[in-house]
Design a protein around this ligand. Structure first.
Ligand code: ATP
Ligand code: MG
Length: 330
């Protein structure tokens, strides 16, 4: 079975529809066909402003949401990044193999640092820690959204370069990106991607929103001054985004939607989509609440996951330390 690794940041109280369609849905599906590790990457989350208490709680809620969406600790390894120190150990080594210019080309850093009052070195080296996350587990495939493609490319370059310089050490991973849902747009500003940290609350559909809140956000999504349900991401980004969401959740196609809503305007279309979204995602909040209620069980699942992950990660660290000329960890 191919090895899969992916991570998500605990940077808000709830994941959103973009996280779900771009990544988490694939995570759930890949549990059975691959050997999958999934990580709440709290070390990435401290690269932007954060509050320690809030961060800790968000890590718990994040893990609970992942379980609520269908991750099964018997069929995948679910853990929190800070419980596995090998991630930062490898990140240091990879950072010393990364060119400053190479790291400076990362567009996510440019976007995010422009929005922060204070830009940290951690935000700059974020893609290197991400490369470590992936390479530690000899990962074959990384299910992510389009915004992570450049970081994946850097990860591949680092793996190939390290292998060339020090001898075969890392598996070179492939991104696994589902084209149709690779970038879900902000509902209020459809030129931008939906994001946990930088979207207006109105434009971001959270998985833990009340069903009526979800309906409201879909119905008030920005479209255009025409009244034609037609797929044209360039000229009709708002409508096309809603059509992508509909086809992904509603088991239909763009062609069928265009035919079904021909001559009917946006009202019916949005109303029906609002129901599909609320029906599909509505139950997630309740399930998350149930999982959070049993604190001991959630802690047990995460400890078990971290132990499994560490077992694999420590082997890669031992090998890498040897290749680089370090003393072995004791
Ligand atoms: P932040 O704003 O804190 O970076 P985020 O919404 O970008 O939050 P991440 O934790 O960085 O979420 O990413 C988790 C996963 O969700 C990644 O695989 C990322 O590619 C994917 N993802 C994030 N936003 C979208 C989106 N709008 N459409 C599709 N996939 C997305
Ligand atoms: Mg992000």
């Amino acid at each position: 079975k191919p090895r899969v690794f992916s991570g998500i940041q605990p940077t808000s109280d709830s994941f959103h529809l973009g996280n779900y369609l771009g990544a988490l849905r694939q995570w759930v599906a890949m549990q059975d066909t691959t050997d999958a590790l999934y990580c709440v990457v709290d070390q990435h989350a401290i690269t932007v402003d954060h509050d320690p208490k809030v961060l800790h709680e968000r890590s718990r809620v994040s893990a609970a949401q992942l379980l609520a969406l269908g991750l099964d600790p018997e069929r995948c390894t679910l853990f929190v990044q800070s419980q596995v120190p090998e991630h930062t150990m490898l990140a240091w080594i990879l950072g010393s193999e990364t060119g400053f210019g190479e790291a400076s080309r990362m567009t996510q850093f440019k976007d995010k640092s422009a929005k922060q009052e204070r830009t940290t070195v951690g935000l700059f080296t974020y893609p290197i820690l991400m490369a470590a996350d992936i390479l530690l587990y000899r990962t074959d495939q990384v299910p992510v959204g389009e915004d992570q493609r450049q970081h994946l490319e850097l990860t591949r370059d680092l793996a190939i370069r390290f292998n060339g310089t020090f001898g075969e050490t890392f598996t070179v991973p492939e991104p696994y990106i589902v084209k149709e849902t690779a970038t879900i747009k902000d509902l209020a500003e459809p030129e931008k991607k939906m994001s946990k940290s930088s979207t207006s609350p109105r434009g971001c559909l959270y998985l833990l929103d009340e069903p009526n809140q979800m309906r409201k956000k879909i119905k008030s999504a920005v479209t255009d001054s025409e009244a034609e349900v037609r797929f044209d991401p360039e000229r009709k980004p708002g409508v096309s985004n809603l059509m992508n969401i509909y086809t992904a959740l509603g088991n239909t196609t763009v062609e069928k939607l265009e035919a079904e809503y021909a001559g009917r305007g946006y009202g019916d279309f949005k109303g029906d989509l609002a129901d599909v979204v609320a029906d599909t995602l509505g139950p997630v909040a309740l399930r998350t609440k149930e999982i959070l209620a049993d604190k001991a069980e959630l802690d047990r699942i995460l400890t078990m996951g971290a132990e499994k992950a560490r077992h694999l990660a420590s082997r890669t660290i031992a090998k890498t330390y040897k290749k680089i000329g370090f003393y072995p960890p004791v």
